[in-house]
Design a protein around this ligand. Structure first.
Ligand code: SUG
Length: 453
């Protein structure tokens, strides 16, 4: 029994070309802020402040480096030729819609990077990783290959870690990763219930889906991942997202529910047949965990779904503190919205493990539809697994200072989508990433570092 396991939040470091391309149909904030001016340096610093807050609270924290952008390789696959500056100039002239896409820093939303099952849940007692294929949008479907490289580099020991290929990159298996995956347990190192949320079922097209926005995640992708991860059938639950919620802007389930250990905090309209799902979760949880699941429901009268989407209430991180109480790390927007701040007061006043709410300003990310929970991938590790993980990515005061100095040196404080054709931007971005690999002591990670080697 692996009692002393901890959950580590691996936060995506915001990339140097963070911009507002207006790329994500169905993600209301992304569309609303399309073509506004971003501040990559502020975005990086906001992410670092969130990580520092968690680390200072005693919550294990680590980082995932950004992906190389612009993604010149994808542009070559699309037929552009020549050196990098020629390719960028051609794209700007002939297919300008591709510029923001190949420059997107969307890998910062690490909750979409992969689905991860801890060793306590898997038949071979290894930690299993499957990078998400993210096929719904071009700017995200270019992420999985590098995500796989990154995870294999950080978690390289194959006696402790199992890495799978993304599930096939096609609509029936569309996968958005841990944003649609919640683990419930009574202690991280014990077996838990893995809840997979999906928007679409490829094998039953008669089911009425959302009418306006895409359902990004399929049941069949989650079923495949549960098989790959060798999960016990008794411990997995598949739940359909409410199609009306998707139409209201809930493009990922982590926009409308969050769970941690024995607590599940959710909106009453999050799922199709929500009451029977809660019964199933409670039943399976008490059977497996010999404990009671604490369900904290927020009704539509208390917080209309539009307010939940606007404030990202449920995209708060729910974390366990060293004293075993829980804390919600909520976006500042929740304090500004009278309905969500009232709900948080209610949650704090009631008997449940959540004893504290702390607010973080991640507005640069929020403008693209990414709140605190989107920015992190949760990985439960036993002490032994932790010792086998690349040490350079773990967050310390020193790493915090180094990353701040790095950002101050390499990041712009202003980036307009029109500036993405700037011929100096690719080199600038690579110089930043090159320096970062040295800070993280992670070796040559990027294609530009290994090409021709
Ligand atoms: O996939 N936004 C991301 C936000 C992802 C949020 N993640 C979670 N909920 N876990 C998306 O929609 C916007 C990019 C732009 O418009 O430039 C974007 O990709």
């Amino acid at each position: 029994m692996k009692r002393t396991a901890v959950e580590v939040n691996f936060d995506g470091i915001v990339g140097p070309t963070h911009n507002y391309g207006g790329l994500s149909y169905g993600n209301i904030a992304s569309i609303r802020h399309g073509s506004t001016v971003s501040n990559p340096r502020a975005a990086l610093f906001q992410g670092l402040e969130k990580m520092k807050l968690l680390a200072d609270l005693g919550v294990p924290q680590a980082v995932l480096p950004p992906h190389e952008r612009p993604d010149i390789e994808s542009l070559r696959r699309l037929g552009f030729r020549g050196n990098d500056s020629r390719i960028i100039a051609e794209v700007h002239k002939k297919a300008p819609f591709l510029l923001a896409r190949c420059y997107s820093s969307s890998a910062m939303w690490a909750a979409n990077a992969a689905t991860v099952s801890p060793s306590a849940d898997t038949a071979d007692t290894r930690v299993h990783f499957t990078p998400a294929n993210l096929i719904t949008q071009f700017h995200r479907c270019i992420e999985p290959a590098f995500t796989g490289i990154l995870l294999k580099t950080i978690f390289s020991d194959n006696t402790a870690f199992a890495h799978h290929e993304p599930v096939p990159a096609c609509i029936p298996f569309s996968d958005e990763g841990a944003a649609n995956h919640t683990r419930l347990c009574n202690s991280y190192g014990h077996a838990g219930i893995e809840l997979f949320a999906y928007g679409r079922r490829a094998s039953d097209q008669s089911e009425q889906g959302p009418s306006t926005y895409p359902a990004r995640h399929s049941l069949e992708a989650s079923q495949a991942i549960a098989r790959l991860h060798q999960l016990d059938p008794q411990t997995k639950v598949f739940a359909r997202q409410n199609p009306d919620a998707i139409d209201a802007g809930v493009f990922h389930n982590d926009v409308i529910s969050v769970g941690n250990e024995n607590v599940f905090f959710y909106h009453s309209l999050a799922f199709d047949r929500c009451p029977s799902l809660m019964d199933e979760l409670s039943r399976k949880f008490s059977r497996l965990c010999r404990d009671e699941l604490v369900l904290i429901e927020v009704g539509a009268q208390e917080v209309p779904i539009e307010d939940a989407v606007e404030s990202y209430l449920f995209n708060s991180q729910l974390v366990t503190l060293p004293d075993n109480t829980m804390c919600l790390i909520a976006p500042v927007e929740c304090r500004e919205n009278p309905r969500t701040s009232a709900v948080l007061e209610r949650v704090l006043s009631q008997e449940n493990p959540i004893q504290k709410v702390l607010y973080v300003d991640v507005r640069q990310s929020m403008k693209n539809g990414g709140g605190p929970a989107c920015l992190r991938l949760r990985v439960v590790l036993t002490p032994e697994e932790r010792s086998l993980t690349h040490d350079g990515v773990f967050f310390t005061d020193r790493l915090y200072e180094e990353l701040r100095a790095w950002g101050a040196r390499y990041y712009r404080d202003h980036l307009d989508v029109d500036e993405l054709s700037d011929p100096s931007l690719p080199d600038e971005s690579r110089a930043a990433l090159d320096a970062l690999t040295r800070i993280l002591k992670i070796g040559s990670l990027y294609r530009f570092q290994t090409a021709g080697a």
